[in-house]
Write a protein that binds this ligand. Structure first.
Ligand SMILES: Nc1ncnc2c1ncn2[C@@H]1O[C@H](COP(=O)(O)OP(=O)(O)OP(=O)(O)O)[C@@H](O)[C@H]1O
Ligand SMILES: [Mg+2]
Length: 399
């Protein structure tokens, strides 16, 4: 059993880069935890601190409750596979895989057994006598993993292990990894910036930005209830669309202005108390591409001019300029709101069916499912309302 606890981990590199900032997370025994985040956010540094390859500036690493922060890498019994794995070119697959065990003075026979069974599992059985240069990229990658796995470490750390492989091979290696994990249940921390990999492999996903943990949860939790705008924009492909809009009150309902129309939000005001705090002031709306669909002739709709149409086989992505109501809202003397800067530079995407009749330059009417809208505070980016980690409280009947 191996529980890994990161307790207020911080890493400041000489020169002052704060690569990891007060990072706390517990990885359960047998869990497959995926660390995701943009390039440079500190993922590899977290992994290297767990492995002991990087000194910590502050905080602690604990394995099964024991403080290992000052232990040497090899005392920690952790195996790590790097993005740019290097096999020993002059050694056969067999020797590459057995090398770590040899260093640990494990007996020859035992090494032979371990290597053979791991190789079989990874589909490398027939390749044991080859040298790396006689292997395909995917086979080399499997040898690198096999080499880390033969010693059955307490913790398995993988840093973007599939990023050098072509798309098809990535998918099959992903399935293979999932299968291996099912079988051995070694506590695993897996770094990637591919969110499909994260969603499909992770028991839980930890989203990192600028060295800070943004949110940790199951793939479903992060997708359905992102804690902030960063997580919302990071999880899901194509990304969520954002714009700053003004919330207004119309009777017992709330409305937002979008694409020159005032659209009512579903549900009465009473059920949207958190959002009601923003009445008359700007709030960031987030709409996933799937929240749009082609509108019928009489339906309330957003007019968009497709600037790009991407056909993906069974769906189409329609790219269009974000609605600019934030700017128009100035006319009626409301709080001045500019269209969100980052949204302004990024096109919106609608995901529609393959059969949808859309073409570049020809205006299209899109129905917007505001029931599926997310809202974020424009200042700190936190979700409104904040996602609850508890199951929703049962509704209390009014007395
Ligand atoms: N040895 C080092 N000395 C100084 N700065 C470093 C060092 N290693 C990493 N950094 C900086 O620390 C930050 C985090 O780097 P890290 O490699 O952990 O990012 P990452 O999330 O793994 O990125 P990527 O997805 O590109 O691999 C970056 O700003 C990087 O430039
Ligand atoms: Mg990295």
């Amino acid at each position: 059993m191996s529980v890994v606890r990161l307790d207020h981990l911080t890493k400041v590199f000489p020169g002052g880069t704060k690569a990891v900032d007060d990072f706390s997370l517990t990885i359960a025994d047998g869990e497959f935890l995926v660390l995701v985040g943009p390039s440079g956010c500190g993922k590899s540094t977290v992994l290297r601190m767990i492995a002991g390859l990087e000194d910590v500036t502050g905080g602690d690493v604990l394995i099964d409750g024991e403080r290992v922060t000052d232990w040497a890498p090899k005392q920690r019994d952790i195996a790590m596979v790097f993005q740019n794995y290097a096999l020993y070119p002059h050694m056969t697959v067999r020797d590459n895989m057995g090398f770590a065990l040899k260093l640990q003075h494990v007996g020859k026979e035992r090494i032979g057994e371990q290597v053979t069974s791991t190789a079989d599992l990874l589909g490398l059985g027939g390749l044991l006598d080859r040298k790396p240069k006689a292997l395909s990229g995917g086979q080399r990658q499997r040898v690198a993993m096999g080499r880390a796995m033969v010693r059955q470490p307490r913790v398995f750390l993988l840093d973007e292990p599939l990023s050098n492989l072509d798309a098809k091979l990535r998918v099959s290696m992903r399935a293979e990894l999932a299968r291996l994990h099912q079988r051995y249940r070694i506590t695993t921390v897996y770094v990637t910036h591919d969110q499909i990999e994260a969603m499909t492999l992770g028991d839980r996903i930890a989203v990192v930005d600028k060295g800070r943990l943004q949110q940790v949860g199951t793939p479903d939790e992060l997708y359905r209830a992102p804690a902030n705008r960063f997580v919302a924009g990071f999880m899901g492909s194509p990304s969520m669309n954002f714009a700053t809009v003004t919330v207004r009150r119309a009777g017992i309902r709330l409305t937002v202005d979008l694409g020159g129309r005032t659209i009512e939000l579903p549900g009465p005001l009473a059920e949207r108390v958190d959002l009601a705090r923003y009445i008359g002031s700007p709030v960031v709306i987030g709409l996933r591409p799937a929240a749009f669909s082609p509108a019928g002739p009489d339906e309330e709709a957003l007019e968009a001019v497709p600037l790009g149409v991407e056909s993906l086989g069974d769906e189409k992505h329609v790219l269009f300029a974000p609605p600019t109501d934030g700017l128009r809202a100035l006319a009626d003397g409301d709080v001045p709101v500019a269209v969100d800067e980052s949204a302004g530079t990024q096109l919106w995407t609608a995901k529609v069916g393959q059969g949808a009749d859309v073409a570049i330059g020809r205006p299209v009417r899109l129905r917007v499912d505001l029931g599926a809208a997310y809202f974020f505070d424009p200042a700190d980016g936190m979700a409104v309302p904040a996602p609850s980690t508890e199951p929703a409280a049962p509704a209390v009947a009014a007395a």
